[in-house]
Design a protein around this ligand. Structure first.
Ligand code: 5GP
Length: 190
């Protein structure tokens, strides 16, 4: 998506360790007009798939997922990072290794809000090594819900997540696909 690529080139900042900072419009301050345009793209891609729930992971996916949910006319559910154990069996839980913080989190959703009848679209800001998306896929699988696919704003194609998850059959619609990135250059896939 040209618009998002141009915005990344204009306002994104490359940080050491292969991190792209997009705090000015995506991760901290949020440009919701841009978000609505991203949501339109995902809606075009998944409009015929009967999506009735959007699932994301806190924190930075939530803003995007809310605008996407509004476009699809369905609720948005976010997986919570937590230290609380699943004592009473009321939550699905999985482990996710955070790319940006290097930590492993327990991630949960309440069983009450993710049902086997749900047709779920995953939304997240970045796809890098794929751990976040894989965790969300696992929660959907545990619920016996249908996984329709994933809408991603920025995919870093030089990291292995996208290729691995597509090979497992996940449909992923990424709106900006970065081929390579260094301090002084950033190249998108064709
Ligand atoms: P993965 O689990 O695919 O390795 O990483 C995805 C998660 O890590 C995303 O939810 C996102 O919050 C964070 N992330 C990964 N790469 C970047 C990056 O280059 N910049 C920012 N701001 N977040 C990233």
């Amino acid at each position: 998506m040209r618009l998002l690529e141009e915005r990344i080139l204009r306002d994104g900042k490359v940080r050491p360790g292969g991190i792209l900072k997009v705090d000015g419009f995506l991760n901290h301050q949020m440009d919701v007009t841009l978000f609505a345009q991203l949501a339109d793209e995902w809606y075009d891609a998944f409009r015929n798939d009967g999506v009735n729930k959007i699932l994301t992971i806190e924190a930075s996916g939530i803003g995007l997922a809310c605008i996407a949910a509004q476009r699809f006319g369905c609720p948005v559910l976010f997986a919570k990072k937590t230290k609380t154990k699943n004592i009473d069996g009321s939550v699905y839980t999985t482990l996710v290794q955070s790319f940006t913080h290097g930590r492993i989190y327990d991630v949960i959703v309440a069983k009450e809000y993710l049902r086997s009848t749900d047709r779920v679209l995953l939304i997240d800001d970045f796809l890098a090594n794929g751990a976040a998306l894989e965790g969300l896929c696992d929660l959907v699988r545990q619920a016996g819900a249908t996984l329709v696919g994933a809408g991603i704003a920025v995919e870093k194609c030089f990291q292995p997540g996208g290729e691995r998850l597509r090979a497992q059959g996940l449909r992923i619609e990424s709106l900006a696909r970065i081929k390579s990135m260094s301090d002084d250059s950033l190249e998108f896939m064709d």
